[in-house]
Design a protein around this ligand. Structure first.
Ligand code: FES
Length: 101
C-alpha cells in the first residue's frame, strides 16, 4: 500500500456532508456520517453512475442512477453481489489522511 495522503482541511466535509476528491487519477466521494469519514470510489460498480449525490440512510448509500445500495464502510452492496472500492481514512494528530492502494 502507498503512503497515506494528507487531506487538506477544506476537503473534509462537515457532519452530514460530502465532498468529491480527485487524487492519483481516482475520483473519490468522501462522506461524513455521524462524524466518521468514509471514502469510496465515486463510480458505481453497476454502470458507472456517480455516487456522490446518493441518498444516505445511516451509512447505506443509494446510487441515484438505479437505486442499488452500498455500505460506505465495506463497499458491499446490500444483498451481496457488487462492491465499490473503499479507501481507509486515518487520523494522526488531528490530520486526516487517505490510503489509496
Ligand atoms: S449505476 Fe449505480 S445502480 Fe446502476
Amino acid at each position: 500500500m502507498n503512503q497515506p495522503i494528507d487531506l487538506p482541511g477544506a476537503s473534509i466535509p462537515g457532519p452530514g456532508s460530502r465532498t468529491l476528491l480527485r487524487l492519483q487519477g481516482k475520483t473519490i466521494a468522501l462522506f461524513n456520517v455521524d462524524e466518521t469519514l468514509y471514502a469510496i470510489d465515486d463510480s458505481c460498480p453497476h454502470a458507472g453512475g456517480s455516487l456522490l449525490t446518493g441518498k444516505l440512510d445511516g451509512r447505506m448509500l443509494q446510487c441515484p442512477a438505479h437505486g442499488l445500495k452500498f455500505d460506505l464502510a465495506t463497499g458491499c452492496m446490500r444483498g451481496g453481489g457488487l462492491s465499490v472500492a473503499t479507501y481507509p481514512i486515518y487520523w494522526v494528530n488531528n490530520q486526516a489522511a487517505i490510503a489509496i492502494p
